[in-house]
Design a protein around this ligand. Structure first.
Ligand code: AMP
Length: 586
């Protein structure tokens, strides 16, 4: 069956999609066979299969692995060894994840086939959206796309974020000239390496073309929220630029500036007045998206998983009047799937995993079934059950655990649809960074000696991701006791501020990048709580049915009532006064 179609031919596209949903088992078998045949002689597979390509043997002999298990093989290729350590097909670049594992970014091999998958998935997203949203094709998208710096691996190939790779790809550069790929911002704005200048210019272009904007978006919801917050801080300057037809001097990226001038189109005092009037109208920014960009049909951005916390803010900015369309589920390993029902409610979003791009297996996550014996294929997952996907790709990943938990919510023909449940073991996230329990523990431990120097000790702690203000930040509740019998010595604010900083310094690279470079995470805060606060927290959970015997302090508090228990007992607040050091490294 064909997996390409003419973008102008909707019916042909729908036929391709329909075929994908009807031939799941066959397609998955074919994909696995292709991968095994092609890669049987790689060093990695030879070690388990001795050159054989049989699927049952693959499942029997090739182990289920985590990233840390395959990392040495990937690094060997990145360091210049031939790619047939893991893949017979040439590796063209490495994709850096934002998900942290032990605080280090993951680096995934990528080849031409994977890049083609990105393109195919985008075409499918466009197809599905244009069928569902009326008038989406009658204007442009104000899409907040950004690139991040990339590095060259010792073998000379680039290592970069998956989104950066897509935005720098030939597919993006030579994208078709249709509505889905038509943006208010020129490519030089998207590709500007300075994210602040880029964001300013995105907004300038979007404001000038406000009557043409039919959709607003970004890859992840946190970015749209940040963009609106930025607008709140910069709208007077933006209006002044529009009024005078001049771009602010601090926009120093020449390509970016040169590309925006023609869009600005000289002095536009009337337009500047209109925008100024809207932005200064109300003290609150409720509905600002609707008022500034009145023709917007929908907001296109990922709103599931850790991004779900931004749904209320997006609804607030859009008067709850624009559908939030979460079209894609993917990662640096590969793109996984698309949402076939883009106008559904945020809580109902499910994704169909594309059966033609890679091979999936699923590790059951319900009850005690989490053993490798029970691993099933894509065609065999059961409605209502939760699984962790394991992926095998053409680029050299074999039975790799993705680390996400998905729940089967239904089927389109034979193709299962999955709701994103959670990332395994992530407790805190305010933007692209993900901090797990172990990382949080280690970071808090690093700050303890500072407390001890004051004669204080940490009795208990919990955390939560405060995202009601932008940027979001990490909040730690600390209950402190005196180390000595004499009682609790006074708290020195400077030392507590240092504690905040010590925790931040010990968090992962991606956190530090968000905090120090992207400014998408605010200063970490410690809220000192009254003695006995954690007992009250336990009492609260016990009153809700938790067993005292099995009670564990939740390291991240997600329940509003439990947060209230802690908030009532806060006696002092301290913020980190410095940004943690950040260096892009593998
Ligand atoms: P990264 O490898 O840094 O791109 O992060 C990939 C991870 O981001 C996935 O494994 C998911 O945990 C999360 N993610 C990506 N897309 C979605 C989505 N649509 N909904 C929820 N989480 C997502």
């Amino acid at each position: 069956m064909s997996t390409s179609f003419d973008l102008g031919d909707e019916e042909a596209g729908m036929k391709v999609l329909e075929d994908l949903t009807k031939n799941v088992k066959q397609m998955q078998d074919n994909i696995l066979q292709d991968i095994l045949t092609c890669n049987a002689n790689t060093e990695y597979l030879r070690g388990f299969l001795k050159g054989r390509t049989d699927k049952d043997l693959f499942k029997k002999n090739v182990p289920v692995v985590n990233y840390k298990d395959v990392r040495p093989h990937i690094e060997r290729v990145a360091n210049g060894e031939p790619c047939d350590v893991i893949s017979s097909r040439p590796i063209t670049q490495f994709l850096l994840s934002s998900g942290t594992s032990g605080g280090v970014q993951k680096m995934m091999p990528c080849n031409d086939k994977l890049s083609a998958n990105f393109a195919f998935t985008n075409d499918m997203r466009m197809l599905v959206t244009s069928r569902e949203v009326d008038g989406a094709e009658n204007g442009k998208g104000m899409m907040f796309f950004f690139i991040k710096p990339e590095i060259k691996t010792p073998c000379g190939l680039p290592a970069r974020a998956a989104t950066t790779s897509y935005l720098k790809s030939d597919h993006f550069k030579n994208r078709p000239s249709n509505w889905y790929y038509s943006y208010t911002s020129p490519d030089d704005v998207i590709l500007c390496p300075d994210n602040k200048q880029s964001l300013y210019c995105h907004l300038l272009c979007g404001l000038v073309q406000r009557d043409e904007v039919v959709r607003v978006g970004s890859f992840y919801a946190s970015v749209v929220v940040r963009a609106i917050k930025f607008l709140e801080d910069f709208w007077t300057e933006l209006c002044s630029n529009i009024r005078l037809g001049q771009i602010s001097d601090w926009i120093t990226d020449l390509d970016c500036k040169k590309s925006v001038y023609p869009i600005l189109g000289g002095p536009r005092p009337e337009l500047a007045d209109e925008i100024e009037q809207i932005c200064s109208q109300k003290s609150s920014w409720e509905g600002i998206l609707t008022r500034l960009w009145p023709k917007t049909k929908y907001i296109e951005t990922i709103i599931t998983g850790s991004m779900a916390q931004y749904v209320p803010t997006l609804k607030f900015y859009s008067n709850d009047d624009m559908p939030l369309v979460s079209t894609v589920y993917g990662s640096s390993e590969t793109i996984f799937g698309i949402n076939l029902d883009p106008l559904c409610k945020p809580e109902d979003v499910s994704y169909m995993l594309m059966p033609n791009m890679l091979h999936y297996e699923f590790k059951p996550m319900d009850g005690n079934l989490a053993d490798d014996e029970k691993i099933v294929d894509l065609a065999d997952v059961k409605l209502g059950c939760s699984y962790e996907p394991l992926i095998t790709t053409s680029s050299g990943l074999y039975r790799l655990r993705v680390g996400d938990v998905l729940n089967v919510t239904g089927f389109r023909n034979d193709a299962p649809l999955f709701r994103f449940v959670r990332r395994e073991n992530v407790v805190l996230s305010v933007d692209m960074e993900k901090t797990n329990e172990e990382e949080l523990f280690n970071a808090v431990n690093k700050a303890k000696p500072l407390l001890e120097s004051l004669g204080l000790m940490l009795i208990d702690f919990a955390s939560y991701a405060e995202t009601s203000a932008i940027p979001g930040h990490y909040v730690l509740y600390w209950e402190l006791g005196g180390k000595n019998k004499e009682g609790k010595p006074p708290i020195d604010p400077k030392v507590l501020e240092e504690c905040c900083f010590a925790v931040e310094e010990s968090l992962g690279d991606v956190y530090k990048r968000c905090r120090s470079k992207d400014r998408s995470a605010g200063a970490l805060e410690i809220r000192v709580v009254l003695n006995g606060a954690f007992d009250s927290l336990m009492d609260f959970f016990v009153s809700q049915g938790a067993s005292i015997g099995q009670y564990k302090t939740p390291r991240c508090i997600k329940c509003a009532k439990a947060l209230e228990v802690m908030e009532k007992r806060v006696v002092a607040r301290f913020f980190s006064k410095k940004c943690p050091s950040y260096e892009l490294r593998l």
